[in-house]
Design a protein around this ligand. Sequence first.
Ligand code: 15L
Length: 283
Amino acid sequence: MFYAILAKTQHSRKGTHMKINRILLTGASGGMATLIRPFLADIANEVVLSAPCDIADISPHEINRPANLLDPNAIAQAMQGCDAVIHLGGYSIEGTFAQVLNANIIGLYNLYETARNTGKPRIVFASTNHTVGYHLQSHTIDNTAPTRPDSLYGVSKCFGESLAQMYCDKFAQQTAIVRIGSCTDTPKDIRMLSTWLSARDFVSLCSTAFIIDHLGCPVIYGASNNDRSFWDNSNIAHLGWYPQDNAEIYAEHIEKTNPHKDTNASIRKYQGGIFTDIGILKE
Ligand code: 15L
């Protein structure tokens, strides 16, 4: 059955609409998933929403398949018949070691093992800018810069990036590793003028990753086309992803009203902002 669905997907890749047949969206109850859901109908016929509980108010093209990332059987049921996965599930802020261990290390391993046994659907893995959070804001970095995680959360995403690369090298499981900046409806502070990622740009990146003939396992900075970006994506230009939005249109308003303006020097110094100054491992 899976191969029939895949064949349909490959057929539609060649067609005009280039839609994926069925996408699994993990972390579907979270803020970022809520932002992107309206755009997913443009790139997929069906979207399987997966979170620990059912999601209320779903659209006709959406299906609930709840799963806890610590339960491999539930993940396998959620992934059945899916041609592609957008993995937003896991712990998305700084937490205790137990929190990030369960969600971002054990949970991610369960997801990749399930994918390996379920036809290897392409995965967009939501990594984070906090894998490189201790790089200075005054430096522009590309995807060859060394990781400099700013939190246990950032360290757990470095593990995820390595796991994705290993599954690609060993099992030909293709993943777009997306170091997401700040995916919110609009940028909220000065730093986000550099890090903002609009929902529509993220969804266009997912679509690009799913339909390109060969993806591999590239590391991509997930940011819109921001004038003040900290990141240089020229190494992944061959993918043909062209983000449309630019945080700069919000600059005047934010510069007048920004509530975080001078509260903390590290917010203005490091790319990871406040994550370099929070957490259970403070000095
Ligand atoms: C992230 O990785 C977080 O998930 C999100 O809550 C924001 O803090 C974002 O990074 C950011 O750096 O703005």
